[in-house]
Design a protein around this ligand. Structure first.
Ligand code: FES
Length: 171
């Protein structure tokens, strides 16, 4: 075999093979790095998880003293009413009518919520006084922390009736 014939024609082929081997090695390293990054991102707690935590859905509505006993206070920004019981307890009610979604209005004279759209009415705890509303006003959990009234906006709850455990008291 002629050594010149062996070296010259095969050198470019050998060079191409080496180049391809290196290219595949680099691509393999990149793919491995991406796989590692993906696995690490799965293990790390995501921002979505934090968003869904109840603490992140709490809204400060006001100080405890801002809500006198027996009062019903609208919060149009958060679309709710804060009802303060005579004994000091707090109840937060959605101002969205469960019939077709109009905003109910508190009537101080009749001491009830009236829906201007189809005349449903609700008592001060949100129970239906007159239809067509199919259920009571939805309620939201209230939390009292350091003298502040906070409402968990992420836990709006449909209900069939008023239950005493829907009322929150300041400790
Ligand atoms: S939307 Fe309130 S009664 Fe229809």
């Amino acid at each position: 075999m002629n050594p010149e014939r062996k070296n010259h024609p095969e050198e470019p082929a050998e060079g191409r093979r080496t180049f391809m081997r290196r290219l595949w090695m680099i691509l393999g390293i990149v793919a491995l790095a991406e796989l590692l990054w993906f696995i690490l991102s799965l293990l790390k707690p995501s921002r979505e998880t934090h968003k869904s935590r109840p603490a992140d859905t709490l809204r400060v509505i006001g100080s405890v003293e801002e809500f006198p006993a027996g009062s019903v206070t609208p919060d149009r920004v958060n679309r709710l009413y804060i009802v303060r019981e005579q004994d000091g307890g707090f109840l937060a009610l959605s101002l969205t009518c469960p019939h077709l979604g109009c905003s109910v209005l508190w009537n101080e004279e009749s001491r009830q919520f009236d829906c201007p759209c189809h005349s449903s009415a609700f008592d001060r705890r949100g129970m239906v006084l007159s239809s067509p509303a199919p259920r009571p006003l939805d309620y939201l959990p209230v939390i009292i922390q350091e003298g502040k009234v906070k409402v968990d906006m992420g836990s709006i709850t449909k209900r069939k009736r008023f239950e005493p455990n829907q009322i929150t008291y300041a400790l």
